[in-house]
Design a protein around this ligand. Structure first.
Ligand code: AMP
Length: 138
């Protein structure tokens, strides 16, 4: 399947639509998920085009996973979490809805369930959560 350069994350990378940005480096970009399933739920994406894990290059995968690890530490610190969940979906049948490679990073606490999918964030709360993560990144 071809990469669609007008997918929503490509538009975020080009600055055409807003996001609550947390971090970027030469190869990767991180922002808050607008329908967070846990407080601090964020998304890590490569800056270059690929649909998902299946067409990503080794360089895209390694850069993105390096940032996933960094964000895992940051969200755990920011939310005093006991664990971190990383999710990544490939093609519609694999649960993917946005076709630009992304990893979900979610801080987790013992006994606290995820919120159901599709619940839109309160934007002032999302910004507060982003501030905590940005502070934890240092
Ligand atoms: P999936 O492709 O199944 O991993 O799901 C895409 C994820 O992107 C969902 O968790 C959505 O809440 C999230 N999402 C969709 N649009 C945006 C957006 N404009 N900003 C931030 N997150 C988004």
């Amino acid at each position: 399947m071809a990469y669609d350069k007008d997918n929503i994350f490509a538009k975020i990378l080009r600055g055409e639509i807003p996001c609550e940005k947390l971090y970027e480096d030469e190869d990767t970009f991180v922002f808050m998920d607008i329908m967070p399933r846990a407080d601090g739920h964020c998304l890590v994406i490569p800056k270059t085009a690929c649909r998902n894990m299946l067409d990503a290059t080794p360089a895209q995968l390694s850069a993105t996973l390096k940032t996933v690890q960094r964000m895992g530490h940051a969200v755990m610190k920011a939310f005093d979490a006991e664990g971190v969940m990383v999710q990544q979906f490939n093609e519609a049948a694999g649960g993917q809805e946005v076709f630009h490679l992304h990893y979900h990073v979610l801080p987790r606490h013992d006994g606290i369930k995820l919120r159901p999918p599709g619940t839109m964030a309160d934007f002032s709360e999302l910004k507060d959560h982003a501030d905590k993560i940005r502070a934890a990144l240092g």
